[in-house]
Design a protein around this ligand. Structure first.
Ligand code: SF4
Length: 296
């Protein structure tokens, strides 16, 4: 049985988990290729106009899988922590995709609340039933997948440079070099080092978030705000670059919070959508890099 996995949205964070779980259940995993122009164009063509860029890109990945697999893994991720949410678009992702892309194979679309082992097991039993009726095997596959996910290595920092920026935003914007116009390579060529959210401890982020007047109920907003605040407070970076998705509600709130918290600390907000121009993007990056170097 071939199971397709779209290389979009939170794939970048959870691909080890998904791949291990499916393979342990005997599936052959087919992953869509890294984002490129063809995938973006297809996503823009089939997704609703007012969706954010990551959603359009995700649609392009799902469309690529059509005809190449027997099923597609499309978890409806509701939340990662108790009483917190990710984004309403994630909750409606299955409906969006299945209505926008005709001719898809069956979807493995069980709702996923990754808040504790019990909830994950519920998801695994429902999702895994598409591949086997052996519940013990599904539980074993879940354990292996969680183990593999824990083993994952992050690359939170590039080589040391005289100037270093924190690059923050949704993981799918930070890690997708097509979507972010090869930001890391460009910064490297400008002689600017990069540090990401993974370099900041959960406890430090939590300490910053707890100082807010009202705690955001979006898990991702807490993380980005917390990471920016810690990077400034601990001198981990000379400035912050925030990759923001045009029309993303979470980004519009979190960038306001970050701006307020950082004060006069250098912050560059780069808005991404399918119309973002290379030239304007590069010019802003170069100007920001020059400014950081002058401040040293
Ligand atoms: S969090 Fe923002 S960028 Fe991500 S899917 Fe939701 S609306 Fe789009």
């Amino acid at each position: 049985m071939k199971v397709g996995v779209p290389q979009g949205l939170l794939y970048t964070k959870y691909h080890r988990f998904a791949k291990t779980f499916l393979e342990e259940l005997g599936a052959e995993v087919v992953v869509s290729p890294p984002t490129g122009k063809a995938i973006l164009d297809e996503g823009v063509r089939c997704c609703v106009d007012d969706a954010c860029l990551p959603m359009k890109v995700f649609h392009g990945h799902v469309a690529w899988l059509r005809g190449r697999c027997d099923m597609v893994l499309l978890p409806r991720i509701i939340g990662l922590r108790e009483k917190e949410y990710i984004c309403p678009m994630f909750c409606g992702l299955v409906e969006m995709v299945s209505h926008s892309i005709p001719g898809l194979p069956p979807l493995i679309d069980a709702p996923l609340r990754a808040t504790d082992r019990q909830s994950l097991t519920r998801w695994a039993l429902e999702a895994g039933s598409a591949l086997t009726t052996d519940k013990r095997r599904i539980r074993t596959a879940l354990s292996a997948a969680l183990e593999r996910q824990r083993d994952g290595t992050h690359a939170p920092e590039t080589a040391a440079r005289a100037v270093r920026v924190g690059v923050l935003g949704h993981a799918y914007n930070v890690s997708d070099s097509f979507v972010n116009m090869d930001l890391r390579r460009k910064l490297d060529e400008l002689g600017v080092g990069v540090i990401t959210q993974e370099a900041v401890s959960r406890a430090d982020m939590e300490a910053e978030v707890s100082l807010l007047f009202k705690r955001p109920f979006w898990t991702l907003a807490q993380e980005y705000y917390g990471a920016a605040a810690v990077m400034r407070a601990k001198g981990m970076a000379d400035g912050i670059i925030y990759l923001s998705s045009f029309s993303c509600g979470i980004d519009s709130v979190v960038t306001e919070l970050i701006q307020h918290r950082l004060g006069d600390f250098p912050l560059l907000i780069l808005k991404l959508d399918e119309h973002t121009g290379q030239a304007g993007f590069d010019t802003r990056l170069e100007a920001f890099s020059d400014m950081l170097k002058r401040r040293r």
